[in-house]
Design a protein around this ligand. Structure first.
Ligand code: GTP
Ligand code: MG
Length: 203
């Protein structure tokens, strides 16, 4: 499948977001969970900077992608959150930027808004971390359609896949497909989710 991708902008706040109202899917998750790597794996190019040092992505980075005959959309790399909402400087920055980001989202009460879907990334090796559950509770207060995926599946043994798979599903009370940016596992499924989520929100 032919995929074209273009880095569009790094947004620090309200005035910086794209205004063309293409559907957007934003990746949310703790620092180092693999947000940037997953975007690179999805588009099969290194467009998003992935780093060993956590907390590098302080801006919302927008990538305009087109996959096959599907309509174009944005993949959005949101800043990683630290260990809680509130509290330290990185958490405050995350809150300010994500609140501004989501204030544009289409919803039944904002029908002219941007169709946005949210994907929470959690490390499949560590199911049910308090900070991830807190993020999930917060996502559920948003009008946007949302899903959870477990990252770094390549690091799991066969036994862990079973055990962590079940633990993830019960912690988030929804299916949590496993993905790997390294092996490509789960990416076709994730593309289907990306195509579906924003339109669910706008409906
Ligand atoms: P911030 O931008 O700091 O919030 O981090 P991020 O969520 O964008 O994580 P990033 O993609 O930079 O990845 C963090 C580290 O995890 C890097 O060392 C990646 O190589 C590693 N990593 C990411 N995805 C995978 C994966 O699927 N498998 C494995 N084994 N490692 C991964
Ligand atoms: Mg990143």
């Amino acid at each position: 499948m032919l995929i074209s991708v273009e880095f569009v902008t790094s947004a620090a706040g309200l005035g910086d977001f794209p205004t063309d109202r293409l559907p957007e899917v934003a990746f949310v998750g703790r620092s180092n969970v693999g947000k940037s790597s997953l975007i690179n794996a999805l588009v099969r190019q290194t467009v998003a900077r992935a780093s060993a040092a956590p907390g590098k992505t302080r801006l919302a980075n927008f990538y305009r992608v087109k996959r096959g005959a599907a309509p174009a959309c944005y993949l959005v790399d949101l800043p990683g959150y630290g260990y809680a909402r509130g509290g330290d400087a990185s958490a405050q920055e995350f809150n300010r930027l994500t609140d501004a980001y989501l204030a544009r989202a289409a919803s039944p009460s904002r029908p002219g808004g941007v169709p946005i879907g949210l994907v929470l990334l959690v490390d499949a090796r560590h199911p049910g971390l308090a900070s991830d559950l807190e993020a999930w509770r917060w996502l559920q207060t948003q009008d946007c359609a949302r899903g959870v995926v477990g990252t770094k599946a390549d690091k799991l043994s066969r036994a862990e896949r079973e055990r962590h798979g079940r633990a993830l599903q019960s912690a988030f009370d929804c299916p949590v497909p496993l993905v790997s940016a390294h092996t490509g596992e789960g990416l076709d499924e994730l593309w289907k989710t990306i195509a579906r989520l924003p339109s669910q929100t706008a409906a």
